[in-house]
Design a protein around this ligand. Structure first.
Ligand code: HEM
Ligand code: NAG
Ligand code: NAG
Ligand code: NAG
Ligand code: NAG
Length: 529
């Protein structure tokens, strides 16, 4: 009897000790991952003379960045851009903390995103070496707290190493300029649908309508991607877009997490809705795949993705093929659909608030179309149009930051980057840097592009709305063609001005978008003249 009690007691003790030991081990592991490792990385950078704001425990400098958006400097930048924006300083509105740190610590400084040390590089020679680096050891990092896996899977946008190289090889030919040229008609058809719906609104409003344009533009670019890449129509893809957009919204909105291991599997309310959306998206894509018959498949991108998946290195399982295909469908939609629509929104906002340029580009478009129908060839002659699009991409690049990470220690232009440090290149900052673009860098002046990028700035590689180097945007030819066709058609049918209800508020939601959308007062051209 006593013996039994003793044994029970002993057992309990063992269980308690094991539990205690594992809790201690967990705490130790957390401490190492959250405190020691980042400290070592910061130390390695500090030894090379890189300074930066002191991070606070666990959150790093997140609060500083949040607070800076409410700072007097940011408020002044918002005020300067209010009404009809004359100054376009998105950095001051969104990144004024970086601005301050650059002044305090120089062209290279570090801050902490939670417990991840980030090296912000503004040194032109280092930037050049980073973005042109072809080593597979320089990868796209995962963004702390941002579940890109949910959004993009392991498709081309997020993949690294050989997996990325393979996917790029399969997809790139589908978006070369000769393939894109063949998409002209389809883009034009989607444009005409948008023109028709605006004409309808204008008529209903008696000749002049105040329209929030963003959703129309998203519908347009969604339709183009859907038809060009996957041979389906917007109607077929609509549900898919809505779910992808919803997934993007909640992924971006969730904000920041502490990166505590295991958290991503906890069924929080947010996680459950994310999982539900991911499951729906998977099913919709599978249904789309099933619908397409064999003969159609060879011709479009979806067919290429499937073919690539089936032929990838070691005889993949059917599940692996499905995952490869779904991940790349998601990646292409995500990379190509919202970015293009947002550039169109910003571009039309700029044309609306700069009537002389609106007039100038319209003259060019109408003049050229009088001689020749609007097609791939005549678009190439529309230089003023290209200059305006480039100037929009300069001031409002939807992808505001390029991020990289070295998976082993690397060196760029004399700066040693330890394994595990995230490098950030602030496109928004570079695009308006007065040292590169001149004293008028915050103004809308498309004429700076009269002699191309080389004439517009001192270091042409620093104009990188589509990124640069081996991971440059795969869809840039398609995006530029879409934008040109869309803007040319809109200009030749309508005249427009900024609505008094437009509120200028650049916002960072994964991409830099107009926080309140863009509202224009639009009327038919014949009525206006
Ligand atoms: C104006 C619209 C667009 C902008 C501003 C834009 C911008 C970018 C940028 C900056 C990157 C590089 C990101 C990095 O290096 O970290 C990128 C990558 C990419 N973009 Fe775009 N993009 C646009 C439209 C499109 C379209 C229409 C498509 C597809 C149809 C597309 C497909 C891709 C893909 C697949 C990648 C990943 C390439 C790789 O990592 O190898 N993009 N985009
Ligand atoms: C689950 O929620 C946590 C905390 O909100 C988050 O960090 C994680 O990314 C989420 N995981 C998924 C799969 O959405
Ligand atoms: C473009 O080049 C021409 C001829 O070299 C020059 O006269 C003009 O000023 C340049 N324009 C710009 C905006 O650089
Ligand atoms: C516009 O920018 C692209 C780079 O994105 C460049 O190749 C092109 O020459 C530029 N065109 C003009 C007219 O500035
Ligand atoms: C829908 C529509 O009316 N589109 C017109 C827009 O302008 C071009 C060029 O003037 C016309 O060809 C289209 O018919």
């Amino acid at each position: 009897m006593t013996f039994l009690v003793m044994e029970k007691h002993f057992l309990l003790q063992i269980i308690v000790s094991i539990a205690l030991a594992s809790i201690l081990a967990l705490i130790f592991r957390l401490y190492k991952a959250l405190v020691v490792a980042p400290r070592l990385l910061r130390h390695a950078l500090k030894q090379q003379g890189v300074g930066g704001p002191p991070p606070s425990f666990l959150l790093g400098n997140i609060i500083d960045i949040k607070n800076s958006r409410a700072s007097p400097a940011a408020a002044a930048a918002v005020a300067a851009a209010a009404g009809s924006p004359a100054s376009h300083n998105c950095e001051a509105i969104l990144f004024s903390a970086f601005n301050e740190w650059r002044q305090l610590y120089g062209d290279m400084f570090m801050f902490s995103l939670g417990n991840t040390p980030v090296l912000v590089v503004n040194k032109y020679d280092v930037i050049k070496e980073v973005i042109t680096c072809t080593s597979l050891d320089l990868v796209k990092p995962s963004f702390p707290g941002l579940d890109l896996e949910a959004l993009l899977g392991n498709g081309i946008v997020t993949a690294n190493g050989n997996s990325w190289a393979y996917q790029r090889k399969i997809l790139a030919p589908e978006l070369f300029i000769d393939k894109v040229k063949g998409m002209t008609n389809l883009i034009e058809q989607s444009t005409l649908m948008l023109i028709e719906s605006w004409k309808g609104l204008i008529e209903a409003e008696g000749g002049k309508a105040d329209i929030k344009i963003d959703d129309y533009l998203k519908k347009f670019s969604g339709e183009v991607i859907s038809r060009a890449c996957f041979g389906s129509s917007y109607a077929e893809g609509e549900q898919l877009f809505q779910k992808l957009a919803a997934l993007q919204q909640i992924t971006a909105k969730k904000g920041f997490s502490l990166g505590i291991p295991g958290m991503r599997h906890v069924p929080t309310k947010h996680n459950r809705s994310s999982w539900r959306l991911q499951r729906d998206i998977r099913e919709l894509i599978l249904a789309l795949l099933k619908q397409k018959n064999e003969e159609n498949m060879d011709k479009n991108m979806l067919g290429m993705i499937l073919k690539g998946a089936a032929e990838s290195n070691s005889k993949p399982s059917p599940d692996a093929i499905t995952k490869f295909t779904i991940d790349n469908c998601k990646s292409i939609y995500f990379a190509g659909f919202e970015t293009t629509a947002i550039v169109a929104s910003w571009c039309l906002m700029l044309l609306a608030s700069n009537p002389e340029w609106q007039h100038r580009v319209r003259e060019e478009v109408v003049g050229i179309c009088r001689r020749k129908p609007l097609d791939f060839d005549s678009l190439r002659h529309m230089k003023q149009l290209t200059m305006v699009i480039n100037e929009s991409l300069r001031l409002y690049p939807p992808v505001g930051v390029l991020a990289r990470e070295a998976v082993k220690e690397m060196e760029f232009s004399g700066t040693r980057i330890p394994k595990g440090v995230t490098i950030w290149i602030l496109i928004i900052t570079l695009h308006t840097d007065p040292d590169i673009w001149g004293p008028d860098s915050y103004q809308f002046k498309p004429e700076r592009f009269a002699n191309g990028t080389a004439g517009a700035c001192k270091l042409p590689h620093l104009f990188m709305p589509f990124g640069f180097g081996p991971r440059i945007c795969l869809g840039l030819n398609l995006a530029m063609l879409e934008l040109k066709i869309l803007v040319a058609h809109i200009l030749s049918n309508f005249s427009f001005s900024l609505s008094p209800n437009y509120v200028h508020a650049p916002a960072m939601n994964l991409v830099m978008e107009p926080g309140n959308g863009v509202r224009l007062v639009i009327q038919n051209l014949d009525a206006a003249s």
